[in-house]
Design a protein around this ligand. Structure first.
Ligand SMILES: C[S@@+](CC[C@H](N)C(=O)[O-])C[C@H]1O[C@@H](n2cnc3c(N)ncnc32)[C@H](O)[C@@H]1O
Length: 211
């Protein structure tokens, strides 16, 4: 995970996301069930992990996946990181388990010196990171243990240009560029694609290992 100081481009992105979630953190849990599909399924479909496994969620938001992960894998140490103080604030109101730690961190710059994780989960956070996928994938490869799992649910694309543009305004990338890079960089254990709202957009679940 990166500890480097930010460059000007990532600094602007960090500010934009923080600003976006200053308001959206308040309505996040009440609204996102209607379009961030597949999050519970992803946690359910992760293969079993060793006792005391180390788990990381990148872009943990308001913390619901962390709670689901702890229920699914009780004897594990879980870390959630996010760049939005407001989203982490909401997560802190729900999470009391000392085995779950929350940190304000930006993901996506190369510089890694941490013990690797047995599971890294990213749920609708990769398409919001804006730092360039190859760089993030390099960081994920560094952070994932040799036999660990990467579990991702995220947007793929939409056939409608106006919708892709609208989602870009909302900081989400619908270019369809993410999945091919994941496929090339990790070995798939399980991949599935799904339509949302009769094909207005599609999203994917990907569980992979180091290749
Ligand atoms: C759509 S929310 C997803 C939250 C949660 N994972 C979920 O499934 O509900 C995306 C989250 O990613 C965070 N985020 C975006 N870019 C990030 C980055 N570079 N590093 C860490 N968190 C980031 C945002 O602040 C936001 O909380």
């Amino acid at each position: 995970m990166s500890n480097t100081s930010e460059n000007p481009i990532t600094e602007v992105h960090t500010k934009n996301i923080a600003q976006y979630y200053r308001f959206h953190s308040h309505i996040y849990d009440a609204t996102r069930w209607s379009f961030l599909f597949g999050r519970k399924t992803l946690v359910e479909e992760i293969p079993s992990l060793p006792t005391n496994a180390r788990i990381l969620e990148v872009g943990c938001g308001t913390g619901d996946n962390l709670i689901q992960l702890k229920q699914r894998f009780p004897n594990t140490q879980i870390t959630g990181i996010d760049i939005s103080t407001d989203m982490l604030g909401k997560a802190r109101t729900k999470i009391t388990d000392p085995a779950i730690s929350l940190k304000r961190r930006r993901y996506g710059a190369i510089n890694l010196n941490e013990e690797p994780y047995d599971l890294i989960l990213l749920s609708y956070s990769l398409t919001m990171m804006g730092a360039g996928y190859p760089q993030i994938i390099t960081e994920l490869k560094n952070d994932l243990s040799k036999n660990g799992y990467l579990a991702i649910v995220d947007f793929h694309t939409s056939p409608l240009p106006w919708f892709r543009k609208w989602m870009k305004i909302n900081h989400a990338d619908f270019s369809g560029e993410l999945y091919p890079l994941l496929k090339e960089s990790f070995s798939s254990v399980q991949t599935s694609f799904h339509n949302a709202y009769l094909g207005l957009w599609n999203y994917f679940l990907f569980i992979g290992t180091q290749n």
